[in-house]
Design a protein around this ligand. Structure first.
Ligand SMILES: C[S@@+](CC[C@H](N)C(=O)[O-])C[C@H]1O[C@@H](n2cnc3c(N)ncnc32)[C@H](O)[C@@H]1O
Length: 378
């Protein structure tokens, strides 16, 4: 049983009898960890762990060095505590919320009108299965047209990276439109995406703003979804660690008149339709505890895709990015769509992870590469 007191969380570890080995473990534990972090107390046949904060790695080490039944019981008791804060290398178990405790949180949330921007949406909760003829397919064509063939509310997750109007050399298309035309076209495709999403379905859009044109694409796209009464789930910062210093455009070098800001990251904007919660059976969740803990901290360090030349595509995202989005936001068996599928990173990873998929791209050459990539796995 865990009791929260002023300073320490108390975990009682019942033992039928306190053996000499248990007593040695208590002494070794109290020697290893500073008493203001954690200590063990004995009381009759009970051992009580007083826990404030711990370096969990050190606890694991302790259990390996001292593999007794008591160290195992202590390790397991601490491992099953799922709620803690992190400061430096330590997990904080006691009173970590105290400094940001808000009195009457629920009432205050109600008063503030939580998620006011999505009130009075008209999304239907009636979800349907995807038509079998669209399952596990790569379709070549304009998403604006092809998505119209899908019924409302049939897609669990959309993960995509649209062309960003940078002037890249894509096959069979221009990537340098007037910004207004570009956004108008993009939003008409996103409108279809919202329509085909299930109630509770998610859309995650990888956005790389063109900072040199001072177009905050990630904000413009997010504002569009908000205007459509989609719920903001959050923003993931994809740190690519590729400090792109090839250009020398610093703006006003050594002068505050107009410095040019540089970015080593891209964004993933995540929105939900109708509900932040998604239906699905826990037995179909395939994300591990370690992945979950790691990935909900929304700054992901992933190297950019290195095989773009091999695939003949100028703007692929890496498989690891698709893997994290798919595992974090969908269940096994879900239907995953990428309406700007390129050479099929989303669909390839979806297949590997046991999801059903649909990938659409306007360029035949990219669709052929995406299909080949899927076949290799069969
Ligand atoms: C940034 S790339 C996506 C790359 C992809 N994530 C990958 O890893 O291969 C954008 C893709 O959108 C496609 N595209 C552009 N306009 C489209 C449209 N109207 N319908 C379908 N695909 C389109 C382009 O051909 C391009 O491959």
């Amino acid at each position: 049983m865990a009791l929260q007191n002023q300073e320490f969380l108390e975990l009682t570890i019942p033992l039928d009898k306190l053996s000499a080995e248990d007593k040695e473990t208590v002494t070794a534990f109290n020697r290893r960890f500073p008493p203001h972090d954690a200590y063990l107390e004995t009381s009759g046949h009970l051992v009580v762990l007083k826990l404030k904060q711990l370096d969990f790695g050190r606890l694991e080490e302790f259990f390996h060095i001292q593999p007794t039944r008591l160290s195992k019981a202590v390790f397991e008791a601490v491992a099953q505590i799922k709620s803690y804060n992190i400061r430096g290398s330590k997990r904080i178990y006691a009173n970590y919320g105290a400094e940001r405790k808000v009195k009457d949180r629920k009432q205050k949330e109600q008063k503030r009108d939580k998620i006011y921007y999505a009130k009075d949406h008209s999304f239907s909760p009636a979800n349907v299965a995807p038509p079998p003829e669209f399952e596990n397919k790569i379709l070549c064509g304009d998403s604006l047209e092809l998505l119209k063939e899908l019924p409302d509310n049939c897609v669990d997750l959309i993960f995509t990276s649209p062309p960003y109007n940078f002037g890249l050399d894509y096959q069979e298309q221009d990537d340098d439109h007037y910004w207004q035309d570009y956004f108008a076209q993009l939003f008409s495709i996103f409108a279809e995406c919202i329509r085909v999403l299930k109630f509770g379905g998610r859309i995650a859009v990888n956005v790389q703003p063109l900072f040199s044109d001072y177009i905050p694409t990630h904000h413009i796209i997010s504002n569009y979804f908000l205007s459509q009464k989609m719920l903001w789930k959050g923003e993931i910062l994809w740190e690519k660690n590729n400090y792109n210093c090839k250009y020398t455009a610093w703006g006003s070098w050594k002068s505050p008149s107009s410095p040019y800001l540089k970015y080593t990251w891209e964004f993933i904007e995540v929105f939900c339709k109708g509900s932040l919660k998604k239906e699905g059976s826990q037995k179909n969740a395939d994300i591990t505890a370690a992945e979950f803990k790691d990935w909900v901290t929304a700054k992901w360090s992933i190297a950019p895709e290195r095989k773009m030349k091999e695939f003949g595509h100028p703007a692929m995202f890496p498989e690891e990015l698709a893997k994290r989005v798919i595992k974090l936001f969908s269940f096994r068996g879900d239907f995953v769509l990428d309406p700007f599928n390129g050479v099929g990173t989303t669909t390839f990873v979806a297949q590997q992870l046991g999801r059903r998929y649909l990938g659409i791209d306007i360029a035949e050459q990219y669709c052929t590469a995406a299909r080949k990539r899927l076949q290799k796995e069969d």
